[in-house]
Design a protein around this ligand. Sequence first.
Ligand code: KGT
Length: 287
Amino acid sequence: ARSRRVSLVRCRGMASSLLGAGLAAAGRVGVVQMTSEAASAGVKFLCFPEVFSFIGSKDGESVKIAEPLDGPIMQRYCSLAKESSMWLSLGGFQEKGLDDSHQYNTHVIIDDSGEIRSSYRKIHLFDVDVPGNMVYKESRFTTAGDSIVTVDTPFGRLGLTVCYDLRFPELYQCLRFKHQAQVVLLVPSAFTKVTGEAHWEILLRARAIETQCYVIAAAQAGKHNEKRESYGDSIIIDPWGTVIARLPDRLSTGFAVADIDLSKVEAVRTKMPISEHRKFDSIWKTS
Ligand SMILES: O=C(O)CNC(=O)[C@H](CS)NC(=O)CCC(=O)C(=O)O
């Protein structure tokens, strides 16, 4: 297996203007310029954080700008992928839902010819009272997905997830052991500052170690508006659990690059064959 360059990106002002509905010129330059810089660095697959095209400052704002996957926002990203000959992971897209007051929180994979290859709707919704912070109720405007999604790419079989999904290891177990996500589990996120500082990196490394997969986790960071602040280094973790690329939380712009080497996945799994040792079917499933 040849190694492939993969990268995480974060742009200044990301999520307020960008390629989204507001479309401020500066924001667009941000995304396009960062993508071209990544292309010059040899990147073949670029991963964006959750809510990459829009973050609202008030409840219910994002449902108003939600669009279907064949709408103008996604079309722009498809053109960007094609022009830069790059695969894109676009997590946390506000996909138009069943009615005007509902959306899905959707992770979209576009290939290097500009075609949407797959999309995953966030299964676990963040209805949480964050200690010392605020009460989130994602389910008010968002409908949960109910399907597990993998997609075959030149970077291996990807397992798609979003943000709060990270806290539910059974999803990752299913991706690895039932759907053979041999390679990367993508976790685009906008973790809160409080929960992110406490849990973000340790959960990501645990998911990589226990699934023996690469984990690619693009994070929002910094203050978005009066009410919202996100926390997290954007990191790429290898199947042994080592962080091999990092874009620190304090940087509002930039990208981090790593090579994905599928032979590393096989090496870790051969030496420690947890898929043969697990007792899920023989004990847990039936007890
Ligand atoms: O609603 C939006 O604008 C975009 N969506 C998000 O930011 C989502 C839902 S509110 N955030 C999380 O899932 C945070 C998880 C988290 O922080 C944790 O698990 O600790």
